[in-house]
Design a protein. Structure first.
Length: 244
């Protein structure tokens, strides 16, 4: 494969990966607490380039995706079971294989009285156990996560904080799995807002603009591949003509 076609094909592949990420962001534009994915580009140097004195041939590739953890807009809902975090941190829940973390505060009360996510995963208290309440009684949750019913302390929600979000991996269904243990203290300056939900930080308008831009780049790279194929065909025909 000639260098022009190889570089254009590499660009097409990276743009296809970008399209997949953008499509997922757009699909989750209305998902509470969703954190958008973005791409980090790098240049691939062909192994056969060796230690050539000239500039070695490079190809654009997506080195790794990264997650934008910036806070979304907090929207008032009036539902006492809707919670939003103003500041850093994550709600901790007990997953099937260990703790999971989320910013989606759309919670409910299960049949046995446990506070759970919409998927039924119980919220973790500061003691690591599920927080259980009486479903028929009003619920009050203070900014530090303390859960009260009729003025009596029921428990306290665990708000996890991490020194670096680099160790958080998307698990699906708007959950994160941690490769490092969270801090023992709640994040400084973070408050729980009862009756609010955090919107996705995916800007629909921005995502649409980026989608159009990537599509245009994709079309230009397709033309480059076609141009490379035409040049190769022309070269072959010229060689055949000279040989005859």
């Amino acid at each position: 494969m000639d260098p022009l076609t190889a570089i254009a094909a590499s660009g097409l592949r990276s743009r296809m990966e970008s399209l997949d990420m953008l499509a997922n962001n757009v699909a989750n534009a209305t998902t509470g607490g969703y954190k958008s994915d973005r791409e980090f580009y790098t240049l691939y140097v062909a192994p056969e380039a060796g230690s050539a004195a000239d500039q070695p041939p490079t190809m654009p590739v997506i080195d790794r995706p990264w997650t934008d953890f910036s806070q979304g807009t907090l929207r008032a809902t009036g539902n006492a079971l809707d919670l939003a975090l103003s500041g850093k941190g994550f709600f901790a829940v007990n997953g099937p294989a260990g703790p999971l973390y989320t910013r989606n505060g759309s919670f409910q009360v299960s049949a046995n009285g446990a506070l759970t996510t919409a998927d039924g995963l119980p919220l973790r208290g500061t003691n690591g156990k599920p927080v259980t309440v009486a479903a028929s009684r009003p619920l009050e949750i203070s900014p530090d996560g303390t859960v009260l019913q009729d003025g009596a302390l029921v428990g306290q929600l665990q708000i996890a904080d991490f020194t670096s979000t680099a160790g958080l991996v998307k698990q699906g269904s708007n959950y994160f799995r941690a490769t490092q243990a969270p801090g023992t203290a709640p994040p400084t300056g973070t408050e729980i807002r009862q009756g609010h939900l955090e919107d996705s930080n995916t800007g629909s308008a921005e995502a649409a603009v980026r989608l159009i831009g990537v599509m245009r780049q994709f079309e230009m790279l397709q033309k480059a591949v076609s141009l490379g194929a035409d040049m190769n065909l022309h070269a072959i025909q010229e060689v055949a003509h000279v040989g005859s």
